[in-house]
Write a protein that binds this ligand. Structure first.
Ligand SMILES: [Zn+2]
Length: 362
């Protein structure tokens, strides 16, 4: 035994993501997994003022920060951790970090580009700590999903109707911003990479590219979840894809799951989810809004109403992972978790004909 080994023990390999992938795969083969619900709705109930958003750190800042929910990770961390913890106790297996807008591109609206690394690192730490506290209480492992949002710019659509060739953001701008975001999330200990609320598939492709780059740089591979959003009744994403086209555009990422979130509520999501479930050879994830927004921009669907619709997804074998998006609360997640207990996960974990790499990821 060398002197170094005697002092520090046998060297152990740095975590490469394989343990998380195995544990998640195992859990998903046993039951339908539960994602948490909306962060924004819960933050709204706290009635936070500009002073709260600034916290001590940004007290004298020449800026307007109210509404920058991600910044609360740094200025009101206890409040954000408490929301994660309440979702974990409500039954969530997967806790989404409060990092939906934590890219330099989205934070430019608030002049907070310099805080992006910390927003992501600490965002993952808060979710992790809440998950560990919940695990201490009930013995069940929680997984942290580092959320990469779509940003507020589209790479394949012009925001200027008079100049259809114009783009407010390029693939490389997005790739670099997502890469920076992901390094923070990984340093904070995220288990999963969640590319979500995709309305422009080209933005998502930049996120996938950045993810694979950072995985190579770090020598790790974490499970990747991908979730699109279909915002109108045409049944297409904003960049014009049907659910089938959306899947084939992103299948090369070999995601742990593909799915839909946000948009119009569970009933409106159902036909699109059904289509996706019919074509995708990976796990299916669905976390809709709590119904349609009303005239005040709030969501009216009760926990029982929402849970009944999602139980329908489970009963019909469409899903492996379910949760809630805008308007959902811990009460919604609790009702959803209870409603899907006993339903078997969507079959297809061992789909014949898949290549071995894809099979290994399922
Ligand atoms: Zn939403």
């Amino acid at each position: 035994m060398s002197a170094i080994t005697a002092l520090f023990g046998e060297p152990t390999p740095a975590p490469d993501g394989s343990e998380v992938a195995r544990a998640l795969r195992q859990a998903a083969s046993e039951r339908i997994l539960i994602m948490d619900g909306a962060m924004g709705t819960e933050i709204q109930t706290l009635g936070l003022t500009e002073e709260h958003f600034r916290g001590e750190r940004f007290q004298g800042c020449e800026c307007h920060l109210q509404g920058n929910n991600d910044l609360l990770t740094l200025t009101q961390p206890a409040a954000i951790e408490d929301i994660h913890y309440r979702y974990a106790l409500a039954g969530a297996d997967i806790l989404e970090t409060n990092t939906f807008s934590s890219t330099t591109i989205a934070q430019a609206d608030y002049g907070m580009e310099d805080a992006v690394y910390e927003l992501n690192r600490d965002g993952a730490r808060l979710a992790r700590r809440a998950g560990l506290r919940a695990q201490d209480k009930d013995g069940r492992r929680r997984f942290v999903a580092g959320a990469l949002g779509p940003t507020n710019r589209t790479a394949s659509i012009s925001p200027d109707v008079n100049n259809p060739g114009y783009r407010a953001v390029s693939f490389d701008d997005l790739r670099l911003a997502y890469g920076q975001q992901l390094r923070g999330l990984i340093d904070g200990g995220t288990d999963i990479v969640l590319i979500e609320t995709i309305f422009d598939t080209l933005n998502a492709k930049a996120a996938v590219f950045a993810t694979l780059e950072v995985f190579a740089e770090r020598g790790i591979t974490l499970p990747v979840m991908i979730s699109g959003t279909i915002t109108d009744l045409s049944g297409r994403t904003l960049s014009g894809q049907t659910p089938t086209a959306f899947w084939y555009s992103l299948r090369h990422a070999r995601p742990f799951s593909i799915g839909l979130n946000c948009a119009l509520g569970a009933n409106a999501m159902r036909p699109h989810l059904s289509e996706l479930s019919g074509v995708a050879d990976t796990l299916i994830c669905a976390y809709p809004n709590a119904g349609l927004p009303n005239e005040f921009g709030a969501y009216d669907e009760s926990p029982d109403e929402m849970a009944a619709q999602i139980a329908g997804f489970a009963r019909d074998g469409l899903v492996n992972i379910v949760g809630g998006c805008c308007g959902s609360t811990p009460a919604h997640i609790k009702a959803i978790a209870e409603a899907v207990v006993g339903h078997v996960p969507r079959p297809g974990l061992q789909t014949p004909g898949l290549d071995t790499n894809t099979q290994a990821r399922l």
